[in-house]
Design a protein around this ligand. Structure first.
Ligand SMILES: [Cu+2]
Length: 165
């Protein structure tokens, strides 16, 4: 596993592709301590977000998973995440280890539920190609509630619930 405290090892990859819909935020996401300081035009993100599947969970539903410490992990393989729920405690920084077995690009981003827009963005991890593992360092989320995590590249299929309790 590659821990990447100061910046991902893939950041200097020279052959970044930039077809529409992929890598739109490649330059902006390298420093994930600043999940809101994106250089990408928001219109692109909004366009992506608008293609996302509807959220079927209501706000009154019980949390589908419980906090499990501050070191989360998730696997992307065959363009699917191996879990559909992650949870942390409010007010605690945490890490998400994303192990990708795919040559396609993946990432993990967290949004407020029902608000997969620039305004609702909580955190965006760098998009990268596997097979490779990155550890995202995510600032504390102060507000308990139900959020959404997703891969920005496959946002309609690679997604799940992110619980802050
Ligand atoms: Cu993906």
């Amino acid at each position: 596993m590659n821990r990447t405290p100061g910046g991902p090892s893939v950041a200097s990859r020279p052959e970044r592709m930039s077809p529409a819909g992929e890598e739109v935020d490649a330059m902006g996401v390298r420093r994930w301590h600043a999940g809101i300081r994106l250089l990408v035009p928001w219109s692109v993100v909004v366009a992506l977000a608008s293609c996302g599947g509807a959220t079927e969970k209501g706000p009154g539903d019980p949390a589908p998973c419980e906090p499990e410490g501050t070191a989360l992990s998730i696997v992307a393989e065959d363009t699917v995440f191996d879990r559909d729920c992650m949870a942390v405690r409010a007010g605690q920084p945490f890490t998400i280890e994303l192990r990708s077995e795919d040559t396609q690009e993946h990432n993990v981003a967290i949004f407020r539920e029902g608000e997969e827009t620039p305004a609702g963005l909580i955190f965006r991890g760098e998009t990268f190609r596997g097979p490779q593992t990155l550890v995202y360092e995510v600032p504390a989320i102060a507000e308990a509630g139900t959020y959404v995590f997703r891969c920005d590249v496959h946002l309609s299929t690679m997604r799940g619930t992110f619980v802050v309790a």
